[in-house]
Design a protein around this ligand. Structure first.
Ligand code: SAM
Length: 219
């Protein structure tokens, strides 16, 4: 099945709220646990989260690695409103700054010791721009962890995944999950993107039936 793009930003208020209210605890904590497993010597530093959404991952990350500070990038104003609220409630407002801009046109004043991104790449029309900026913002030795959805073989397979994992969720979330699966990349496509950007030292893993993960250290 060919990739079918979905809107780049999640900037509708109801859409952002449905996403923020969904229970991604297992997936998001799994992302942070995976970071620790990949980089057991990591203690802290400046972290950039690309497409941070409602900031559940930065909050979990800062609880796991209190010596860190995070720059969260997301061009959706409604998402960042929810992110600021969540970060305030978590008592972490002094550890996170947000930048409400598309990463493609963003000038960041400081490179990062670690770059995170979960579920952003499938929104991006040109994935090479994502890997280009990720490389640009990484200090030498920076840790990278990127996760996203895998595009299934067919629209029927995508619908089956929605029913398997999100049957009782808000209809907006189910719609977005389906559209995201169709917009996602295959493992081979991600491998080809990494090769084109000279990032083949990063390794791809497929941990389950709907995700790929890329991790490693920038030389
Ligand atoms: C599916 S959400 C993932 C949020 C978060 N990373 C998580 O795992 O909970 C993707 C987010 O990426 C944002 N986004 C999409 N394209 C973007 C871009 N070009 N620059 C910045 N943010 C973008 C969307 O607005 C949305 O909030």
């Amino acid at each position: 099945m060919k990739r079918i793009l979905e809107p780049e930003l999640m900037d509708d208020v109801a859409q952002a709220r449905a996403y923020a209210q969904a229970d991604f605890a297992e997936e998001n904590q799994g992302f942070v646990d995976r970071f620790r497993a990949y980089f057991p010597d990591w203690t802290g530093g400046h972290v950039i989260d690309l497409g941070c959404g409602p900031a559940d991952i930065p909050i979990r990350f800062l609880r796991a690695f209190p010596e860190s500070r995070v720059t969260g990038v997301d061009a959706s104003r409604p998402m960042l409103d929810l992110a600021r609220e969540a970060v305030g409630e978590a008592g972490l407002a002094d550890k996170i700054i947000f930048s409400c801009e598309r990463f493609q046109s963003l000038a960041l004043p400081e490179q990062a010791d670690a770059l995170l991104s979960n579920s952003l790449l499938h929104h991006v029309p040109n994935p090479l721009q994502f890997w280009f900026h990720l490389k640009q913002w990484a200090k030498p030795g920076a840790r990278i962890l990127v996760m996203d959805l895998l595009r299934p073989e067919s629209s029927d397979a995508a619908q089956a995944l929605v029913e398997q994992y999100a049957a009782d969720e808000n209809p907006i979330l189910k719609r977005d999950f389906y559209n995201s699966l169709l917009a996602a990349f295959t493992e081979d496509e991600v491998a080809s993107q990494l090769a084109q950007m000279n990032l083949s030292r990063l390794l791809i893993d497929v941990p389950d039936d709907r995700h790929w993960v890329v991790g490693g250290i920038i030389p």
